[in-house]
Design a protein around this ligand. Structure first.
Ligand code: MF3
Ligand code: CO
Length: 251
């Protein structure tokens, strides 16, 4: 088990640059999402944007992953592989992207609504975003990491949603996945981790409108809600500092 790596202020400044590019890529995705665009077209735009800004897509070739973004539609939770599917009015699409710039990773995700969605789906997307910010509030040096997890879980479950258990957030830095794991739920068996200034973590609630259970599609990547109800995702890379949490995947 690798130890948690604490970053210096100047290292966090470099992560902020990778995070900014990651954020700008997501912003571009939001501008392109519309009925009729394929997830493959979104992937190509993300690839070119990251490359044109002197970086590499963090996901491309990661454990053999074949694309620069994950594009997970409706009941797909995460890790949907971009393809020929054309987004249509009323869909939601969760886009996850990472940029590797000057030796550091950024990682962020948003769920976009295509055209107009039902009030129930809008609420799922909104509550999932709120879950991130509830967790973020607890990102204070000295707190236990479980306080972040509990805040996310409580907010989702109060709305009657299922918190995905099989996938978790993570430390991030020179590598995309570092210690510690950042679950969106608590469990007495989890190791106790105390937050310190200099920790950099990706917080990423994955919230199902229905039950929490998930399945893997035969492509070996795409995770879907077992009950086929919609699922949303919201992720940012965050630094714990003496002055409080700082979102690194920002403008
Ligand atoms: N953003 C995902 C995460 O937080 C990574 C995608 S996995 C990949 O773990 F294989 F697609 F890169
Ligand atoms: Co992540």
């Amino acid at each position: 088990m690798a130890a948690i790596t604490l970053k210096t202020e100047s290292q966090i400044a470099k992560m902020r640059e990778a995070g900014r590019l990651t954020y700008l890529t997501l912003k571009l995705m939001g501008e392109l999402v519309r009925p009729g665009i394929t997830t493959k077209e979104l992937d190509k735009a993300a690839y070119e944007f990251i490359r044109d800004n002197g970086a590499k897509p963090s996901f491309l070739d990661y454990n053999g992953y074949p694309a620069s973004i994950c594009a997970s539609v409706n009941e797909q939770v995460v890790h949907g592989i971009p393809g020929e599917y054309e987004l249509k009015d009323g869909d939601i699409v969760s886009i996850d992207v990472g940029a590797y710039l000057n030796g550091w990773h950024g990682d962020a995700a948003r769920t976009f609504i295509v055209g107009e969605a039902s009030p129930a789906v809008k609420k799922l997307v909104e509550v999932t975003k709120e879950c991130f910010f509830e967790g973020l509030k607890m990102c204070v040096a000295g707190n236990e990491l479980s306080a972040v997890s509990a805040a996310i879980q409580n907010h989702a479950e109060r709305a009657g949603y299922g918190v995905v258990r099989e996938l978790v957030g993570h430390g991030i830095g020179r590598r995309m996945h570092e210690e510690p794991e950042v679950p969106n739920f608590t469990d007495p068996h989890f190791p106790r981790v105390r937050l310190h200034a200099g920790m950099t973590i990706a917080i990423e609630p994955m919230i199902n409108m229905g039950r929490a259970d998930v399945r893997m599609l035969r492509d070996g990547w795409t995770v879907i809600a077992a009950d086929r109800k919609p699922s949303a995702h919201y992720e940012n890379t965050v630094a714990i500092t003496e002055a409080g949490p700082v979102i690194l995947t920002a403008e």
